[in-house]
Design a protein. Structure first.
Length: 241
């Protein structure tokens, strides 16, 4: 009998956000979903480009979704999507920042590697951005959560010599080596107090925010291996205007 002995294809349901979508053939899309239970999942949304497609109306970025997909290959089949509501769409600078977070997730997270804490942090960051929370603080918290979850965050408690990070000292970050105590007069240093603040997600002072931004950008650039994020370049260009 045709198909005898084949295992039934499992249907998976999960909460998700749409990170990215690209056209696939004439009427479909390939979607990159960030799911709470399974991490990033790629799926074909068949017929989603058709005007009367039920999926077309649901596949909106920055909106919480309940999705269903099937298949055992790397590229799954999206068979259902429903908007769960309760999340206003970000606008203006907040919208660009939301695209920036999506681009970071696509570039730094492997497929089907679940990170429920990161999923919750992403949802919280979207809520904060749409509510008008300070953008710098919101992005720094999300970036460091992403770095920790992806295994890229340096140790913020000890330096490269296994000595405790001291708030009164200044440090240099070395790719692959962690933090080393800086000599007086060194450039591009980060205060130990700033590292303590980052560790607990506190960005109260202007100096901490500035140093945390520099440090975060350096670490992300190292792990992006020279790739320039499109949304970051947009933010840089806007700041020059």
């Amino acid at each position: 009998m045709p198909g005898a002995g084949l295992k039934a294809t499992a249907r998976t349901e999960d909460t998700a956000y749409l990170l990215h979508a690209v056209p696939y053939r004439e009427t479909s899309l390939v979607v990159d979903l960030f799911t709470r239970g399974n991490g990033r999942v790629a799926a074909i949304a068949k017929g989603a480009k058709r005007r009367n497609s039920a999926l077309r109306a649901m596949l909106l970025q920055f909106q919480p979704l309940t999705v269903a997909y099937m298949g055992r290959n790397e590229l799954r089949n999206l068979v259902g999507a429903e908007w769960t509501g309760g999340q206003p769409a970000p606008q203006g600078d907040a919208l660009i920042c939301a695209f920036y977070m999506n681009e970071l997730l696509v570039r730094l997270l492997p497929r089907e590697d679940p990170h429920p804490a990161l999923f919750d942090g992403y949802a919280a960051a979207l809520t904060a951005l749409t509510a008008g929370a300070p953008i710098d603080e919101t992005l720094r918290r999300f970036e460091w959560l992403l770095l920790r979850e992806a295994g890229y965050a340096p140790d913020l408690e000890q330096d490269a010599a296994n000595a405790p990070i001291l708030p009164e000292r200044s440090y240099l970050w070395q790719a692959g080596g962690g933090f080393v105590a800086a000599e007086p007069g060194s450039e591009a240093v980060v205060a130990g107090a700033t590292l303590r603040d980052i560790a607990v997600g506190r960005f109260d002072s202007g100096i901490s925010r500035m140093q945390a931004k520099y440090l975060t950008r350096a670490i992300l650039a190292h792990h992006l291996d020279g790739y320039v994020l499109n949304t970051r370049q947009i933010l840089i260009d806007l700041q020059k205007l």
